[in-house]
Design a protein around this ligand. Sequence first.
Ligand code: SAM
Length: 411
Amino acid sequence: MPSEGEQPSPQPAGETVRQLRALATPQGAAALARATGLLAARTDVVTALSRLRAEFGADLGGPAWGVARQREKARPVFGADADRLLFTGDTLEQAGRPELADRRAARLLAGGVASAVDLGCASGTDSLALARAGASVLAVDRDPVARELTAHNAASLGLPVEVRDADVVDLVAGATGGRVAGRGAAVLDPARRAHGRRITDPDGWSPPWSTVAALLDAVPRCVVKVAPGLDHDRVPAGVEAEWVSVGGSIVEALLWGRGLSATWRRATVVRAGAVHELTADADPGRAPVAAPRGWLHEPDPAVIRSGLVATVAEQLGATLVDPQIAYLTSDAPVDSPWVSSHRVTDVLPFSVKRLKALLRERGIGRVVVKKRGSAVEPEALVRQLRGKGEGRAVVVVTRVADVPTVLLCEG
Ligand SMILES: C[S@@+](CC[C@H](N)C(=O)[O-])C[C@H]1O[C@@H](n2cnc3c(N)ncnc32)[C@H](O)[C@@H]1O
């Protein structure tokens, strides 16, 4: 558990567990409340730590500061619950969003499934969601810190969760009759980071891809969280793959076991709190291509990653501006959650000089640069294009029929 600064020095798991237990005592809670107050008052780390150590002792002061900092980071995503939960830097980095875990739990348990297992619980986001949805939950992790956190967090929210030490690889290898660890529903969220770095090869995840594939084969009612960049070729036949974005950024990708799979691919777009789902039962192929028209549409990243750009193009009566690039164009504006749209005023070959002249002529002094299929550095181009004019515009740098092109759009 980090006690000071951003870079915690690794300490034995047993020591972290001991500190977490100390924080769960009334004295620990008081230290945490004090650390939270110091953090809210923007007290510098050296002063805060020396006060906490003086008031609560070195054993509680440092850990309380560390958890208070994790809670501060967790608050935007976990809301008020963040102040009742314990995290380490590592488990918070791996934690999913609670509202999406709730959504997953509801689908996993639909039809009255009574029990589920969380295969690798970390600080327990999925276990808590499953318990909130009413399931009897078994949470397993081979990391004692994760088990301690999940047990504490469940107790803190008053949710019944049984926590057990087990190796997910062994549990999945022993799955029989559609059940794993004796449960008929399972969530698996493999660790895809190590030492602060992303592991891109699914065979290097923990547990590895072989366990993911074995779970999908053995337990029909399961969901696996995977890297959003997962190659479509990896998705087993009959398994639904879903990409989820929130506010225009991909936040998770899921593989739904064959007992829950309802479609080939699903793009779930959460915008302004509303959830929109787009599905296709088969690969829609590529959208038709045509020259840029009056409107440019940027598909949401969940639509792009799920391979559903052609489905959206068909719905909107739009075409691609280039066969390799996910920008759509149409004559008329559209009202759709799947795209962000811009009115195109000019289409010109890419040239900073020509672009500057055009912006000057239009009185545009501030631009937002978007790019796809171009090596241009957006921040550098924004600086280059800054001018005296009051007007604003969106500059889209891309390729059209393989020619570097700029689409100037209304800002
Ligand atoms: C990505 S985290 C899970 C995050 C969690 N779903 C959440 O949203 O907070 C993966 C967890 O799996 C555990 N884990 C990895 N390999 C495991 C294995 N073979 N057996 C048991 N646990 C394992 C790690 O210790 C880690 O806590």
